[in-house]
Design a protein around this ligand. Structure first.
Ligand code: NAP
Length: 276
């Protein structure tokens, strides 16, 4: 078994994820894993980094596929006895002009951004070692979508006692409500991506609380963040930030020093804790 510290970034063959891997290769004192659902795209990205003189390792990971998540879990357990840094970056967004029915967009977006991210956390969080750092890449859109929810939903999503099961029920209800055409009546905003990222931010708050309750002495810090508006295939060429600039906040959270006690369970943008 290797005693090297290990960092894993999901969805890192391009965009912000690749920039996070690049920065970690330079700054993280251990093995950095670039993961991708498509091995060819992943290996290509590793080769690109190699040309820049950086060494990243590759492992396949499709966050929509439980078998794929468990294969990575078993690999990390066997080779490293766990992991030190997890960045949940993988995500999708339909383009604004996409004509796919809203109910389909809701199901597909929630499947990856919320349920996929949650499945990765369920399998990998128990493996995170003391002083580990977990970063869930959400979006400022989660805050604007929250403000677009009914007062009742806002109250639930801001609650300090909401459980993971209750959050899963709410995310499932959103998808069902879009299918029945009643999501507006039921208090949801008109954004599947926004609701999926509400899920990611609230999940992070719940997970941080669980760590406080179950692993207080392990000094693990877990946060959600927004990378900013970043020029990637997702956000297009007009966005103001480069992928490297977008990686800054996630990397800052991934590399919080061992003596840091905060931020934890926060939503962070531009390295600053935001009010949820
Ligand atoms: P991107 O360029 O489209 O990259 C998304 C990455 O996620 C790709 O590597 C993609 O792989 C991967 N991915 C998608 N579904 C996956 C799955 N099921 N399993 C594993 N990997 C999967 O987008 P980005 O802009 O870098 O976004 C990265 C993260 O930042 C996302 O969570 C996004 O919501 C968030 N974000 C972005 C912005 C922005 O302005 N760009 C703003 C706020 C938040 P493939 O190449 O195989 O598709």
């Amino acid at each position: 078994m290797s005693s090297a510290p290990v960092a894993v970034v999901t969805g890192s063959n391009k965009g912000i994820g690749l920039a996070i891997v690049r920065a970690l290769c330079r700054q993280f004192p251990g093995d950095v894993y670039l993961t991708a659902r498509d091995p060819a795209r992943g290996q290509q990205a590793v080769a690109k980094l190699q040309e820049e003189g950086l060494r990243a390792f590759f492992h396949q990971l499709d966050i929509d596929d439980l078998q794929s998540i468990r294969a990575l879990r078993d690999f990390l357990k066997e080779k490293y006895g766990g992991l030190n840094v997890l960045v949940n970056n993988a995500g999708i967004a339909f383009k604004v002009q996409d004509t796919t029915p809203f109910a389909v967009q809701a199901e597909v977006t929630l499947k990856t951004n919320f349920f996929g991210t949650r499945n990765v956390c369920t399998e990998l969080l128990p493996l995170v070692k003391p002083y580990g750092r977990v970063v869930n890449v959400s979006s400022m859109v989660s805050s604007s979508a929250l403000r677009g929810c009914s007062q009742e939903l806002q109250h639930k999503f801001r609650s300090d006692t909401i459980t993971e099961e209750e959050l899963v029920q709410l995310m499932t209800k959103f998808v069902e409500d879009t299918r029945k055409g009643v999501h507006s009546k039921e208090g949801w905003p008109n954004t599947a991506y926004g609701v999926s990222k509400i899920g990611v931010t609230v999940l992070s708050r719940i997970q941080a609380r669980q760590l406080n309750e179950e692993r207080k002495g392990d000094h693990i810090l877990l946060n959600a963040c927004c990378p900013g508006w970043v020029r990637t295939d997702m956000a297009g060429p007009k966005a103001p930030k480069s992928p490297e600039e977008g990686a800054e906040t996630p990397v800052y959270l991934a590399l919080l020093p061992p003596d840091a006690a905060a931020p934890h369970g926060q939503f962070v943008s531009d390295k600053t804790v935001q009010t949820w």
